[in-house]
Design a protein. Structure first.
Length: 36
């Protein structure tokens, strides 16, 4: 499924969130300290 926020094919239907940007799980974009 294409994510509505980032447009990538990383939206998980069962979990209900995007693995790429974190849409559906958090309101902010997915970001980590180790990914700079």
């Amino acid at each position: 499924i294409i994510c509505r926020r980032c447009g990538r094919h990383a939206f998980n239907v069962r979990k209900g969130y995007c693995a790429a940007c974190g849409y559906g799980r958090s309101k902010r974009l997915r970001s980590y300290n180790w990914k700079k």
